[in-house]
Design a protein around this ligand. Structure first.
Ligand code: AMX
Length: 469
C-alpha cells in the first residue's frame, strides 16, 4: 500500500513546478514503521546516485569564487552537500522539497492526528528519508524516543551541580558533551567497525540523543527557574513535544501545539549555517554525534545566530518599557534608528541567505494572529514589522531588511508564561538536533571524508588575484 499522501492545493502544485519536491510523489514510500530499515533501503540508491553523478560530471565547474566571497564569510560559495533541506533566498526553507506551509498540511499531527501543528517526529522522518510519513510512522518515532529518553546518572549530577550564573546554552552544550559516555558510534569505531556500517551507529546515537535532549533541557530549566524541582517522568503514550512541555512544567494545550510547531520549524536551514555546518565539520573528523552536535550548539549560542531569539526579547522589553502603549510609526522608527546609531544590530532582522520575510517568522505570526491577537508584545512586534524594513533599507547596509525566525519566537513563548529569555536558545537547540542529526546520518551513509578546505594568507591571495588578471 502506498503511504504517499497527496495535497490537492493548486498553490502547492504551482510551487512544486518552481521548486520540485525531491523524490516525493515519484517513488512509493515505505510502509515500514522502522526508520532504520527504511534508511537501509534508501542508502544504496543514494550511494549509486552520487557515484553516477561524479562519474558523469566529477570535473565540471559548478561555481566561481571571488576574493570578496572569501573575505566575506564564504557567502555564496558552493561547497557543502546537505540532503535534508535547501534554502531559497526568496521563498525560504524547503525540507526535502516541502515548504513550511506544505509541511503544516501534510505531516502527521499530535493528539492521535487531531492536533493542529505537525509532529517534529514526522519532520524528522521526512528529513531522514525524503518521504512523508504516515501517522503510524510518526507515532513509532515518538514511541522509540520515549524508550531512549533516560539519562545516565553522571549527566544528571553534573547538570545539578552547575552554578546558576552559567548560561543555559553552556549547560546544554556541556550536558550533550558528557552524554558521549553513551556513544555507540565511539565504541564501535574503537572496536574497529567497517566504514560501511558507520551510519548505523550514528543513527543509533542520533535517536538516543534526540530522545534525551528534552530531559537535559528540562533539568536545566527547572534548576534555573523552578527551584531545582524534579522533572516529571516520560509518558510513553505521548509525543516528544508533549513530554518536553510536561517536563518543563507546562500543560496548556495551545503551548504544546506551539512547541510542536516551534520544534518543527527551527530544525533545519540547509547546511551552511553555523550550527549545522559545525556539526557536519566536527562529525567529519569522526567525532561521535554527541561531540559533533555539542560543537554545533556552541555556535548556536552566538548572538548573530541562535542567541538572537534571546536578544530580540531583551530588546523588545526595553522598547516596551520606553514607549508604553504608544506604538506610533514615529516612535517605532526612532527606536530602530537609535539602536542602529548606537552601533547595535536590530536583532531578529537580516539574514545571510534569505532576501524576504522568513516563512518561519510568517508561520509564527499566523499562530499569534489566531491565538494571541491582543497580546501587547505581539502588537509591538507587528508595529516594528511595519517600520523596521524601511529603516534598514534607508540605512543601506543590511542586504536583507526583513525579519527572520528569531524576531517572533520569544513573543509566543512569553505569552504562555515562559518569560525566561536566556533559556530560549536551548529550545532552538533541541529542535536543531533534528536537522543536524538527520544530516549527520547521511554524511556517514555517503562516506563523506574529513572536511579540509584550503586557506591562504593575504599576500598569497594577492599573488593569486594578480596572476588571475
Ligand atoms: N541590523 C543592523 N545591521 C545589520 C543587520 C541588522 N539586523 N543585518 C545586517 N546588518 C549589517 C551587518 O552588520 C553588516 O554591517 P557591516 O558592513 O558594518 O559589518 C551589513 O549590514 C551587511 O551585512 P549582511 O551581508 O546583510 O548580513 P550578514 O550575512 O553579514 O549577516 C546576520 C547576517 C543574520 C548575522 C545579520 O543580518 C545580523 O546580524 N542580524 C541580526 C542578528 C540576527 O537576527 N541573527 C539571527 C539570524 C537567524 C539565525 O541564525 N537564527
Amino acid at each position: 500500500m502506498s503511504m504517499i499522501r497527496t495535497v490537492a492545493s493548486s498553490a502547492l502544485q504551482q510551487s512544486k513546478v518552481l521548486f520540485p519536491a525531491v523524490s516525493i510523489g515519484v517513488r512509493n514510500a515505505s510502509s515500514s514503521t522502522n526508520l532504520k530499515d527504511v534508511l537501509a533501503d534508501l542508502i544504496p540508491e543514494k550511494q549509486k546516485e552520487v557515484v553516477a553523478l561524479r562519474k558523469e560530471y566529477g570535473n565540471k565547474k559548478v561555481g566561481e569564487v571571488t576574493l570578496d566571497m572569501i573575505y566575506g564569510g564564504m557567502r555564496g560559495i558552493k561547497g557543502l552537500v546537505t540532503e535534508t533541506s535547501v534554502l531559497d533566498p526568496d521563498e525560504g526553507i524547503r525540507f526535502r522539497g516541502y515548504s513550511i506551509p506544505e509541511c503544516q498540511k501534510i505531516l502527521p499531527k499530535g493528539n492521535a492526528g487531531k492536533g493542529e501543528e505537525p509532529l517534529p517526529e514526522g519532520l524528522f522522518w521526512l528529513l531522514c528519508t525524503g518521504q512523508v510519513p504516515s501517522q503510524e510512522q510518526a507515532d513509532a518515532i515518538s514511541e522509540e524516543w520515549n524508550k531512549r529518553a533516560a539519562l545516565p546518572n553522571h549527566v544528571i549530577t553534573m547538570l545539578n551541580n552547575f552554578p546558576s550564573n552559567l548560561h543555559p546554552m553552556s549547560q546544554f552544550s556541556a550536558g550533550i558533551t558528557a552524554l558521549n559516555s553513551e556513544s555507540k558510534f565511539a565504541k564501535a569505531y574503537s572496536d574497529g567497525v567497517k566504514k560501511a556500517s558507520y551510519w548505523e551507529y550514528v543513527y543509533e546515537d542520533s535517536m538516543d540523543m534526540i530522545a534525551k535532549l528534552p530531559t537535559v533541557a528540562s533539568i536545566i530549566y527547572r534548576n534555573l527557574y523552578r527551584d531545582g524541582t524534579a522533572v516529571t517522568a516520560i509518558d510513553n503514550k505521548k509525543d516528544w513535544s508533549w513530554n518536553f512541555c510536561s517536563m518543563l512544567g507546562y500543560d496548556n494545550a495551545d503551548f504544546i501545539e506551539l512547541m510542536r510547531m516551534y520544534l518543527t520549524i527551527h530544525s533545519d536551514h540547509e547546511g551552511g549555517n553555523v550550527s549545522a555546518h559545525t556539526t557536519h565539520l566536527v562529525g567529519s573528523a569522526l567525532s561521535d554525534p554527541y561531540l559533533s552536535f555539542a560543537a554545533g550548539m556552541n555556535g548556536l549560542a552566538g548572538p548573530l545566530h541562535g542567541l538572537a531569539n534571546q536578544e530580540v526579547l531583551v530588546w523588545l522589553t526595553k522598547v516596551q518599557e520606553d514607549v508604553g502603549k504608544d506604538f506610533s510609526e514615529e516612535k517605532m522608527r526612532d527606536w530602530v534608528w537609535n539602536t542602529l546609531k548606537s552601533g547595535q544590530v536590530i536583532p531578529g532582522y537580516g539574514h545571510a541567505v534569505l532576501r524576504k520575510t522568513d516563512p518561519r517568522y510568517t508561520c509564527q505570526r499566523e499562530f499569534a494572529l489566531r491565538k494571541l491577537p491582543n497580546d501587547p508584545l505581539f502588537k509591538l512586534v507587528s508595529a516594528l514589522y511595519k517600520v523596521t524594513p524601511d529603516v534598514l533599507i534607508e540605512q543601506g547596509k543590511a542586504k536583507n531588511p526583513w525579519p527572520n525566525v528569531d524576531a517572533h519566537s520569544g513573543v509566543l513563548l512569553q505569552y504562555y508564561g515562559m518569560t525566561e529569555m536566556n533559556y530560549y536558545t536551548v529550545m532552538f537547540g533541541v529542535s536543531r538536533a533534528l536537522g543536524c542529526m538527520s544530516s549527520l546520518i547521511w554524511d556517514r551513509a555517503m562516506g563523506l571524508p574529513i572536511e579540509r578546505p584550503k586557506s591562504f594568507d593575504t599576500p598569497s591571495y594577492r599573488k593569486l588575484a594578480e596572476s588571475a588578471k
